[in-house]
Design a protein around this ligand. Sequence first.
Ligand SMILES: Nc1ncnc2c1ncn2[C@@H]1O[C@H](COP(=O)(O)OP(=O)(O)O)[C@@H](O)[C@H]1O
Ligand SMILES: [Mg+2]
Length: 635
Amino acid sequence: MEKPNRKDHENNSKPEMGQSVVNGNESIDISRSADTGATLDGAPSSSSYFSIIAIAEGTEYELSQQGVFLLIRDPDGEVYRHKLCTFLVCFAWTRDSDNCQWGRVVRIGDPDGVEHVMIIPSSALADEKGELRSTLLSQGVRIIGGMKAWRKVIYYLENYDPIKRVRCVAKVGWHGNVYVMGDNKGTVIGSGPLAEEIYLQATVSVRLCRLLGNIDDWRLHVASLAVGNSRLAFVLSSAFAGALLHILGVHSGSFNLRGSSSIGKTKLLIIAVTVFGNHVESWRATDNAMEAVAAAHNDRLMVVDELGQLDVKLLGSIAYMLGNERGKTRMTGAIQVRKPFEWRLLLLSSSELSMSDMMESVGKRSMAGQDTRMVDIPAAVGQSGFGVWENLHGFTGGAAFSDHVEEVALKYSGSAGEAFIRRLAEGREAVRHEWQPYKSRFISEHVPADADGQVLRVAERFALVGFAGWLATTYGITGWPERESEAAAVTCMKAWLTDRGSVNGLEWEKALDQIRLYIERHGSARFQEIERRLRQNQNPDAPEVSKFPERDASVQNRVGFKERRIDGVHYFILPEAWRKELCKGYDSGLVADQMAKKGYLQKSTDGKLQDRRTLPGLVNQRCYHLLPTVMGGEA
Ligand SMILES: Nc1ncnc2c1ncn2[C@@H]1O[C@H](COP(=O)(O)OP(=O)(O)O)[C@@H](O)[C@H]1O
Ligand SMILES: [Mg+2]
C-alpha cells in the first residue's frame, strides 16, 4: 500500500460516534486481516479470552468472557474481583491516512453472545456528555455499578495501549494500491510495501455489499444473458468501468436510461448492481446523506432508480456531485472541521424524462458542462418490440425475460466485482497502458469524424465502458465473446447520438402542441404587436420599430412580440419566456433546434437559433423568431 498521506484522494476518516466498522455488526471473525491471512494480535474472541491487565501501579483489570473486572488487593494479599462491565476489549489503535483522528478499535460482547466491533474515537473518551456511554450501552454493553464503575471503564479504555495499529478509511474503493470492497467480510484487496489492515467505517446510511454465489454462478446465470443484449452488456460493463476511473484518470459521469414505463429499465439496474453486490439506491435523503452514499460508491457504479421521482433539489445535487467529486466542508462539533467526502464514480439511473428536461421543467438550466456528464441513453432497443432487450434467450416475451433477470440478480452478486478487482490490483500499470490505444481506436472507428468536443468527451466514457467489459472478459469473468462489450457500448453510443440534437418523436410532438396551444391562448394578451411602416426598401427587418411605443399597456407579462407580415404572423419570443413558458418541461434548446429543422423557426443570419433584433424598447435583443408556418400546416 502506498504511504497513506496522499491528500489528493484519501479521506479523512474521523471515527464518529455510533459508527461501527464494516465488519462490526455481525459476529464475524475480525481477526482476519487485510487479505494476508494474518491475525490481528490482541483481537481475542471473548470465549477464549482471559487476561490480567495491569494498567498502572496498583490498578489491575481482569478480562474474561464474563466481563471486565477491577482487581482489588487488600493489605493481606487477598484479591477481590469487582465487575465493571460486560466483555469489552480494546485491541488496536486506529488513525486515518494523515495519522490524525486517533481512536481505538474495541470488541464488545452483547447479552446474546453476539460480538460487535466498533471504533471509539479518542476524543470521545474526553467527552463529558455521556455520548460514549450511551453508544456502548446501545451496543449491548452492561455497566455494573453506575457512574463510579463507568469512570473506571473509561480509565481502562483510556490507558490500555494495544500494540496493533490499523488504518481507518471512510469510503470504499482505491486507497493507494488497495481496494476496499465494502462487503460484509471486510474484504480489502491488494498489497504493497506498507500494507496494513484497513477498516472501513461504515456510516448508518450505507449498506454493505452482498456476496451471493460464486463467480462461476454469476458468469453462467447472469453474464450469459447479456450476450446479444446491448443494454444489459452495457450496464454490466459500466459496473466494471466504475473501478477504472481513478486508474485511468477519467472523471465521474452518468448514464441515464430513458424510456417509457414497463420496458425493463429497473431490471437493468437490478442486474447492474450484481457486479459489486451493492444496492439500487433511492434518495429520499438529505444532501449530507447523499454525500455519504456517493462516498460509498467511490470507484464504483452507483445506481439510482427513477430519477423522475426525486426532489428536483436532489437532482441539482446529483449534478453537483458528479461535477465536484467531493462534498462540502462542514463543522463537526465546536472546533474540528471534517474534511469533505470525496469520490469518483459512475452513475447509472433510469427515468422517463431526460435529465435536462427534468432540470428545465423547474427552471434550472442544466449547467454548462453537466450536459456531457449526464448522458441519456434511449432504454428501448430499436425495433425489437421487447423493451430493453434484443435477445430473449428462449424466453417467451419481454416481461418473462425481465422477470427472469430479476430472479437471477437476487441470487448471484458481488463475486464478479471482487474477481475483477483482484486481477486489476495485480495489473494496474498494464491496464493503464492498454487504455490509450483502445480509446483512440474506439473513437476513430466509431465516432463520426466531425464530432465536436462534447461528443468526444462523452465518447470517451462509452469507450471506457467498452474497455472495462473487454477487460473483464479477458480476465475470464464474463464468458462473453471478446467484442461483446464494445459492440454494446457502440450500440448505446449510437442511440445516444441519434437521440441527441433532435427531440425524439413523441416528445417533439408534445412540445410542438404545447407551443401552439400557448400561442393560441396568449397570442393577443401576452405578445406585443409591432406595427411597422415598412421602409422604402421594403425590408421588414429594418430597425424602424424604435419609433413605436416601448410598451403596450394592454399587454401584461409580455413574453414577446408579434408582427403581421404579408405571409402571416411572425413571433419574436424572449429567451426567458421560451424556456420557462413555451418549452416548459422540455429541453428548450433541442426544441428550438427541431423547430428550425422543421422550418418553423428562423435562424439568425449566422446560423444561430436565437436571433438578434431591435424590438420596441429593446436594442439588439436575443429572441426566437417563429415563422407563420408554426401555426398551420407544413412549412
Ligand atoms: N421488455 C419488457 N416487455 C414487456 N413487459 C416488460 C418488459 N420489461 C418489463 N416488463 C413488465 O414491466 C414490469 C416492470 O418492469 P420494470 O423493469 O420495473 O420496468 P420499468 O422500470 O421500465 O418501468 C415487469 O414486471 C414486467 O411485467
Ligand atoms: Mg422502473
